[in-house]
Each structure stands twice: as structure tokens, then as C-alpha cells.
Design a protein around this ligand. Sequence first.
Ligand code: PGA
Length: 306
Amino acid sequence: MPLRRVTLHQLKIFMSLARHLNMTRAAEELHMTAPALSIQIKQLAGTVGAPLHEQIGKRLYLTETGQLVYAAAQDVFHRIEQLSADLAAGQALERGSLRLSIITTAQYFAPHFLGAFCKLHSGIEATLEVANRDQLIERLKQNLDDLYIMGQAPDHMSVVAQPFMENPLVLLAPADHPLAAQRDIAPERLAGEPFIMREPGSGTRLAAERFFEKYGVRLRIRMTLGSNEAVKQAVAGGLGLAVLSGHTLTLDAASGAFAVLDVRGFPLRRQWYVIYPSTKQISPVARAFLDYITREGASRSHGPGE
Ligand code: PGA
């Protein structure tokens, strides 16, 4: 389509002509000569395929095609002005969007960070997706979100992983468990205890498995459950012990249903990361959130047992 050859420069010249309906005045406005202006208008008319103006007596009129081109040119420049305002607002964090995807366990704190950030920048529209690790990695591969929060960067992907807060994993037991009153429990002592585990692929589960492998402790898995809340209910119900992120206890601190066991090596030290593909051009809003959560996370990095 030859219309693609229309340039913004030509449209700008034509808009000036359409406003003044006078070659000399339009040329003056644009600091060019009238013949140079006339050449540009002719080229534009050639590309469009029809005359854009006509001279009747001393007066210049736009043809019907000229009026259509004028309206379109106004739209184009209006859109460019809007774009420039949007970009400026984005830089100033007055407007924009933030798409955040987080791993299940991060739902205990990420909404607080996001809520506080949105309060500071009320023009920002945020969406939060909670997903398991596989789904999160798939979203990351498809470049669906601005930022991701998880406890471990995915293997075999080139990402930036910015640690922002500690993720202490604790060993949870029912409040009336015999080990609850003991101090400095050797990990080997837990062999034979029934365990409630998160689903395979969960970062929490992986860290727990690695820890007990290191001590040669074979875990007796009584039940595998796909959510932290379900695991907590099972522990509270006396079905076994569990390794969970200390963040999952924030709302239960006073419930008294659990005991955090004093096992040597616990809490396991992990980190939370904000992750994005290393080639991604992150938006000013995403950059501001990343800075915010790094600052806030550092000040909140005081998990249980510290
Ligand atoms: P998860 O989260 O156990 O819910 O997978 C923690 C992590 O990503 O390590």
C-alpha cells in the first residue's frame, strides 16, 4: 500500500496548509519556501492518489480527499501527543500498569508490598497473579508479566534475580508435640516422624528435602498437600510435622495451634527474589516497584528464630 510512504513531515506540512489555506502563510509558519512546501504537498497528493486542494479564484480549498487526510493527520498527531504525555506520566509514576506474578507462598506478604506501593502511586493499576512454580516459569517464558516473585530462580533461563527479603523456613509441629518443649533437637531425631509435605516442585519442599538429605535422614512422608494452608491444617490436626516458610505463620502467630521446633540447622535460610528475563526492558513503574520492594524487604528481613 503506497500510503505507507506518507511521512509525518508531509502530514505536518499539509496540516499547516489546511489551517491557513494559504501557501505563503503555511510556508512562513514552517520556515520553508513556498515552492518547497508545494513540492511536499504534491508528493503527498501523489502518494494518496488524488489532489488534496484546489484553487478557485484567489481562494484555496481542501478537496474531499484533502479533508479526509487532514482529519487523519490530526488524529495521528493527537495520538503522538498523547503518547508523549503517557510516557512522561509513566516516568513520573503518575500513570501506568504493573503486572506481578508471584509464587503461592509469596501471597503472605506480596499483596502488602503491592498495596503500599499503589497507595504511594495512586494512578498505577496493578494486577497480581498467584501461581505455582511451573505456571510461573511458563508465564516468565511467555513474557506475560513485568516482574515475578519466587524463592529460587528457574534453571536454564537467563534472568535477573534480585534478592529482597529473607525467607526463613521453620519446622512446624502441633502445639502438644513431645518435641515442642525440647531445645537443640538433632535433625536425625526426626527420622520416623510423619511429615506433611508440599507438592513436588514447591521451593519449600525442595529446600526441606535437601536439608534432610544432607543429614542422611529419610523422611516418612505421610501426606502431600498442594497449599500452605492445607499443610498447616494437617499439622494443627496432629497428622505430622512440616517445613514451611515462616511467612505462612504471620496471621497465625496467636493461634497457639502450632509449635516451631528448635531443630539444629533451622530456620533454613532462603531468600525471596524479584525475577525478570535478563533481556527485558522493564518499565519505569516496574523499576520503581523493584526498588521499593528491595528497600522495604531489607527492613523486614527478620524471620522467626532470629
Ligand atoms: P513455594 O514457594 O514453596 O510455594 O514453591 C517458595 C519458593 O519459591 O521457594
